[in-house]
Design a protein around this ligand. Structure first.
Ligand code: DMJ
Length: 556
């Protein structure tokens, strides 16, 4: 059965002038923050928008610049993209004695670099032979991801939450990790594996996912924090917000990007329990993971990604109703407080802040694409106005400490440039190539070597949880290339051996991944490996799943 939802065309072309004006304002918002980061904070991780200086937060790798790199391309600034891509190659070093969050480094640094690598062609960068299966930004992403691998070397396969980039996991490190910290790797790690041919990354991400899956309760829910060594749930609140959110997001997006039924099955099973036990009047509450009794009747701003995720699955009615609930909270406060008590209809003590998060805007982007309903543009306008009015400082945009009196905190998280502004921009630019199938031709872009073409972007883009777009077509292209080379290698081997000495069959491939690309075809000693030529078919990626923000499943 096929299910496709179409976007009304009028929604894509009406009020073009107004859209253009909004886009101009969003651009100037971006540059106000971005230039201020460069002038006052680089090479620190983040800008401090009240004191006009910088600070290291999640590591010491100019995080805001890495996170903002692909936003430059989204906004059409190719020259600055090229300059920053080179600058980062020259200045960022992951061989540092820093304790870093495995989760944050993955979604922001690895995700940001992978996305920039995949978009480098569109940005007019000089591409090395073999791109998109090789390239300097890909090597940087791989370098950063390798630093995270020691965290996964546990008996269960579930990772520690923190790793020292130079020394690995500290012997005194806590084994308690949040659920999202275990289950938010498959997008970046599978991308790395399929582009480079090194299966390690995808394998560790899958092992962690399968281990987590086995720990669900009898009623099908997971809690908030788990001891990754004993597999005991330390915090047993089940919900869709902080500590859990992107785990569910990656099951859905991983299933789309990798066309993987196992991940989709896991999500559907969870979703059944979530709908059963946590959903009330299209809000999602927190419940005890074993009993299903309500533990916290609270909406958290991080949960606002959920309607967008539902729209990817085609659950539009439910998505729209939940979005309306969340939007009503936005209207009440001019932003989303971190926690909102549903019975009291008010903020929760010490959780009144709005750190410029993207989630509601992200959902608005998906829902506008899916429905063409201008409610979602209205949310975009509200967000634009609110952020300008409440959070703007001479040096950037500041975290709102308290939405009731608009006190500010001296922090501008890197996701403001990576996500909040990107999703706002994409909301007001429905023809952007990142939407796939937009008005810019068929949304595809060709690149390839003499051996063939790689049609990039043909299957749409999947955004990681930090809004870094990944291109499933590139994964397909590089995996297929590696497989072709392996087959050719096997044929050459079998031809070069006498009939009685039949070569052993190739080692079994795990999880459908090709054998390592680093193996050369019949190389002589001392011979240098040639850069791989792309050999993708003209229509390489059967986009069964990712169309206009809808999941399009074809079971026939
Ligand atoms: C981002 O770093 C990511 O979206 C993450 O999944 C959740 N928190 C922030 C944005 O709110």
């Amino acid at each position: 059965m096929c299910k496709i939802l179409t976007v009304p065309l009028y929604a894509l072309c009406c009020k073009k002038k107004i859209l253009k004006y909004k886009i101009k304002r969003i651009k100037s918002m971006f540059y106000h923050a971005y230039n201020s980061y460069l002038d006052n904070a680089f090479p620190y991780d983040e800008l401090r928008p009240l004191t006009c200086d910088g600070q290291d937060t999640w590591g010491s790798f100019s995080l805001t610049l890495i996170d903002a790199l692909d936003t430059l391309l989204v906004l059409g600034n190719h020259t600055e993209f090229q300059r920053v891509a080179s600058l980062l190659q020259d200045t960022v070093d992951f061989d540092i004695d820093v304790n870093a969050s495995v989760f944050e480094t993955n979604i922001r640094v690895v995700g940001g670099l992978l996305s920039a690598h995949l978009l480098a062609g569109r940005a007019g960068m000089e591409l090395e032979p073999g791109w998109p299966c090789s390239g300097p930004l890909l090597r940087m992403a791989e370098d950063a991801a390798r630093k995270l691998l020691p965290a996964f070397q546990t008996a269960t396969g579930m990772p520690y939450g923190t790793v020292n980039l130079l020394h690995g996991v500290s012997p005194t490190e806590t084994p308690v990790t949040c659920t999202a910290g275990v289950g938010t790797f498959i997008l970046e790690f599978a991308t790395l594996s399929r582009l480079t041919g090194d299966e390690t990354f995808e394998n560790v991400a899958r092992r962690a996912l399968r281990a987590l899956w086995k720990t669900r309760s009898d009623i099908g829910l997971v809690g908030n924090h788990i001891d990754i060594l004993s597999k005991k749930w330390v915090a047993q609140d089940a919900g869709i917000g902080a500590g859990v959110d992107s785990y569910f997001e990656y099951l859905v997006k991983g299933s789309i990007m990798l066309q993987d039924e196992e991940l989709l099955h896991m999500f559907h099973e969870y979703d059944r329990a979530i709908q059963n036990y946590t959903r009330f009047d299209d809000w999602y509450l927190w419940v005890q993971m074993h009993k299903g009794t309500v533990s916290m009747p609270v909406f958290q701003s991080l949960e606002a990604f959920w309607p967008g995720l539902q729209s990817l699955l085609g659950n539009l009615d439910s998505a729209v109703r939940t979005f309306q609930n969340y939007y009503s909270v936005w209207r009440q406060f001019g932003g989303l407080p971190e926690f909102y008590s549903i019975p009291q209809g008010y903020t929760v003590d010490k959780r009144e802040g709005y750190p410029l998060r993207p989630e509601l805007i992200e959902s608005a982007m998906y829902l506008f694409r899916a429905t063409g309903d201008h409610t979602y543009l209205q949310l975009g306008l509200d967000a634009l106005e609110s952020i300008e009015r409440i959070a703007k400082t001479p040096c950037g945009y500041a975290t709102v400490k308290d939405l009731r009196d608009h006190q500010l905190d001296n922090r501008m998280e890197s996701f403001f440039l990576a996500e909040t502004i990107k999703y706002l921009y994409l909301l007001f630019d429905p023809a952007h190539f990142l939407h796939g199938g937009g008005t810019e031709g068929d949304g595809s872009w060709e690149e390839g070597g003499e051996g063939g073409q790689c049609i990039l972007g043909a299957g749409g883009f999947i955004f990681n949880t930090e809004a870094h777009p990944l291109d499933p077509a590139a994964l397909y292209c590089c995996s297929r290339h590696a497989r072709d080379r392996q087959e050719l290698r096997d044929i050459l081997l079998s031809l070069s051996q006498p009939a009685e000495e039949k070569p052993k069959p190739p080692a079994k491939q795990t999880d459908g991944l090709p054998a390592s690309q680093s193996e050369s075809i019949a190389l002589k000693p001392g011979e240098r490996k040639a850069a791989p030529l792309l050999s993708c078919p003209v229509q390489p990626f059967s986009a069964r799943l990712s169309i206009l923000g809808q999941v399009f499943t074809d079971n026939t």
